[in-house]
Design a protein around this ligand. Structure first.
Ligand code: C2E
Ligand code: CA
Ligand code: CA
Ligand code: CA
Length: 278
């Protein structure tokens, strides 16, 4: 970059350089990270609003980088998508999550589901249905126990998405619409697609205590899901008062820091052990 003498300019340039070099370092590292098993799966409990039973877990990827430390999925998932590494990465998360779920079932815990996020790139990959079926066989879990979380960008592309969704449904796998209510979501998705679960985005949960209008939206989503005979999971529940509101308004399940952040498998196992009703 040109040196103009001003501190402002140099500082700015340096910052851009640093963020660029971090980006390059991460992009180059991602392939190795997969080989070296630096990608870990964390598990966030999904909880029954009324009984507080853990109904399942959502698998969330974490990257423990040897030099840069812990890297959040918001930073590396988009990179993995750009480089198509999301396909092997997503497969790894799916396999590991299903394996872990199968161990928990074998240990006697009564769980309904393991939720796994699917990126649009994975969903459009022709091998997706074969991958899912292979993982189910390999880990010996019933397809009804696996819930794939799809975003609205996947669903929007309906000509391509519907046959793949129907194929997965035909196998018995559950489908959830993630982050519902964000972006350009349309209510028609809920009736036109074979969905089992709606995950109400955190932004709506945050808004519960803000205004009557925000509450009206949350109430309506919960009731709509019930009418369509879909499960509804509230995401990002952080306070008791949000949780109480959801209980009163008939939201049957939730995820959020008020119960637990995503945990390492061992920690998640301890939580299950604690909750078991002998
Ligand atoms: P998401 O699927 O919407 O996952 C929920 C995110 O909210 C997670 O962030 C979770 O840690 C966070 N969260 C849960 N409860 C609370 C809460 O009470 N308060 C707050 N502030 N946050 C909460 P995380 O783990 O950082 O993941 C971010 C996003 O990265 C995910 O959003 C998902 O879109 C993507 N992601 C994570 N793992 C995978 C993966 O294996 N494959 C794909 N394709 N995407 C993934
Ligand atoms: Ca999700
Ligand atoms: Ca979500
Ligand atoms: Ca999200």
């Amino acid at each position: 970059a040109k040196q103009r003498g001003g501190n402002q300019c140099c500082f700015y340039t340096k910052e851009i350089d640093e963020s660029l070099s971090r980006k390059l370092q991460l992009e180059n590292g991602l392939r190795k990270a997969l080989e070296r098993d630096e990608i870990e799966v964390y598990y966030q409990p999904q909880v029954d609003t009324f009984s507080e039973r853990i109904t399942g877990f959502e698998a969330l990827a974490r990257w423990n980088h040897p030099e840069l430390g812990f890297i959040r999925p918001d930073e590396f998932i988009p990179m993995a998508e750009d480089t198509k590494l999301i396909v092997p990465l997503g497969e790894k998360v799916l396999l590991e999550a299903c394996h872990q779920f199968s161990r928990w079932l074998a240990a006697g815990y009564n769980l309904d589901r393991i939720g796994v996020n699917l990126s649009a790139i994975q969903f459009r990959d022709p091998s997706i249905t074969a991958t899912v079926s292979h993982v189910l066989k390999e880990t010996n879990i019933r397809p009804e126990h696996l819930e794939l979380e799809l975003t609205e960008t996947i669903v929007q592309d309906s000509k391509e998405a519907i046959p793949v969704m129907q194929h997965l449904k035909g196998m018995g796998v559950q489908l959830a619409l993630d982050d519902f209510g964000t972006g350009y979501s349309s209510l028609s998705y809920l009736k036109d697609f074979p969905l089992d679960t709606i995950k109400v985005d955190k932004s709506f949960i945050d808004a519960i205590h803000q205004s009557e209008k925000d509450r009206a939206v949350v109430d309506t989503l919960i009731r709509l899901a019930a009418k369509l005979e879909m499960n509804v999971i509230a995401e990002g529940v952080e306070t008791e008062s949000q949780l109480n509101y959801l209980r009163i308004h008939g939201c049957t399940e939730y995820q959020g820091y008020v119960f637990s952040a995503p945990l390492k498998k061992g920690e998640a196992g301890k939580l299950l052990e604690k909750g078991i009703d002998w």
